[in-house]
Ligand binder design. Structure first.
Ligand code: SF4
Length: 245
């Protein structure tokens, strides 16, 4: 496991990559950490497809994974297959400890309707905590324009929650730039984006958005929740969420 760099070094790196193309920070992280770098691709947002394409050009042997909550849309699973065929990679499928049926047996049916925080903690954060222990750096597709909670995302940071370097190469990009890249390179993308689904998570927690709504307005309808816990320092720890019950 990589040692935590001091805050000044990480801050300096983040500043160094500010204003530079995403490929620069990807080349840096893959060059430094090799196959101990891993790309998180949800196959539920256009940014992930851009980052996947860039990573496959820069370091084609970089491992790729997705969190399979077992509640994803069919279109998302189809995209995993399509991207696998295009790039010749098999994204690792990181699964929760409990199946949906086992979770229902312990916590009651459709936990996401009553407590999406604990559901996300068990089906996303906990599996990722265990999985990322094998790596020194992870790459994410999150961007500053996606939501207020992401407005200050640095290009490089120390991920306090997961205990490794985190790189956000598209932090400075916006939705238009992402789609320009996708069209220019004829990338595969989630077919639900052709409807009114700019951001796609699990089936029970994603609705289409209306004109004028924010990109992530369709996530966790009926709740004030805006993040699953993977990209925030606080919240989303399985134990902490358990304490809420
Ligand atoms: Fe559960 Fe919804 Fe979170 Fe998926 S997005 S893990 S269904 S609460």
């Amino acid at each position: 496991m990589v040692d935590r760099p001091d805050q000044a070094s990480i801050g300096k790196l983040a500043l160094e990559f500010e204003g530079r193309p995403p490929e620069d920070v990807l080349a840096w992280v893959i060059g430094n950490y090799g196959r101990r770098t891993v790309l998180a691709c949800s196959f539920g947002g256009p940014s992930g497809m851009v980052v996947l394409d860039m990573v496959m050009r820069i370091g084609p042997s970089t491992p790729v994974y997705y969190l399979d909550t077992a509640l994803l849309f069919p279109e998302t699973y189809e995209l995993v297959e399509e991207a696998s065929a295009r790039y010749g990679v098999t994204p690792m499928r990181v699964k929760p400890r409990l199946s949906v049926a086992e979770q229902a047996a312990v916590y009651g049916p459709e936990l996401w309707r009553r407590n999406p925080n604990i559901c996300c903690a068990m089906r996303k954060v906990e599996p990722q905590l265990a999985f990322l222990r094998m790596y020194d750096a992870w790459i994410s597709g999150i961007r500053r324009d996606q939501s207020a909670t992401r407005a200050h995302v640095p290009v490089v940071e120390w991920d306090v929650k997961f205990g490794l370097i985190k790189v956000n190469p598209l932090a400075q990009w916006d939705e238009r730039m992402v789609w320009t890249y996708i069209r220019a390179h004829n990338l595969p993308y989630n077919k639900l984006h052709d409807g009114d689904f700019p951001s796609i998570g699990c089936r029970p927690c994603t609705r289409p958005v209306s004109s004028g709504e924010s990109l992530r307005a369709g996530r966790w309808p009926g709740f004030s929740k805006t993040e699953c816990g993977l990209h925030v320092v606080h919240g989303g720890h399985p134990q902490a969420e358990d304490d809420e019950l």
